[in-house]
Write a protein that binds this ligand. Structure first.
Ligand code: DC
Length: 214
């Protein structure tokens, strides 16, 4: 049996950074589910597929195993999946059942092969309901917008904080109100607020919780 720790939470809450640190400390595989959704969106874009018409046969032909870096225990993808344009398309295709089912199958297959730190919006609520430990990582939207702004400044020209803020508001709304796997706090999750706890403090707290249960 593998051990799975889930970190759910909204965009730019810090869950990815915490997950990366945890996976290093525990030597668990880091399943970054946003990377999978973004990579699938990129494939749809590159292959000129109409997102509204995507079917199971087409999506099942996508190879996600090639993203696995076994030695570094993480998934790899190109850096151009983090642009604003692709973020928007990703958020749209993430509402499609056919896409979510395909990605869920891949995520669960990883969970059979490796001990996991799984970060993403539906890790504890849907994909790994029986996870050993569940966290919900959050921070006020103004703080998350500033983090996203600083991240985007490095990869795009003409970034505007007000625009980043309003994009985040619509993305939060879409992620929380969609019918399939909406962003929500898993019932038994411990809440980590990254506006009051540093990454280091968060990791220490989570490791304590994990060891308590082991
Ligand atoms: O975490 P991120 O910003 O890289 O995620 C990009 C998009 O992918 C986000 O708009 C919603 C979607 N996503 C999802 O629906 N479920 C996940 N588990 C992870 C990401």
């Amino acid at each position: 049996m593998t051990d799975i720790i889930t970190l759910d939470g909204p965009s730019s809450s810090g869950k990815g950074t915490i997950a990366k640190e945890l996976s290093k400390k525990l030597n668990f595989f880091h399943l970054e589910s946003g990377l999978l959704y973004r990579t699938v969106a990129k494939l749809i874009l590159d292959k000129n597929i109409n997102a509204n018409e995507i079917d199971a046969k087409t999506i099942n032909s996508f190879d996600l195993d090639c993203l696995i870096d076994v030695d570094r225990r993480r998934l790899v993808a190109s850096s151009d999946i983090y642009t604003s344009e692709l973020s928007l398309l990703t958020s749209r295709i993430a509402t499609l059942k056919v896409v979510r089912d395909f990605i869920m199958g891949f995520q669960r297959s990883l969970g059979i092969r490796y001990d996991l730190i799984a970060d993403g919006r539906d890790m504890g609520t849907v994909v790994f309901k029986d996870a050993k430990l569940k966290l919900y990582v959050d921070a006020p939207i103004a703080i998350r917008a500033e983090r996203r702004y600083n991240q985007l400044k490095g990869i795009e020209k003409n970034v505007n904080l007000a625009q980043v803020f309003s994009d985040l508001v619509s993305r939060d709304k879409r992620d929380s109100s969609r019918t399939i796997a909406p962003l929500a706090v898993p019932l038994e999750a411990i809440i980590i607020d990254t506006s009051v706890m540093s990454v280091e403090q968060s990791v220490t707290r989570i490791l304590l919780e994990y060891k308590k249960d082991s």
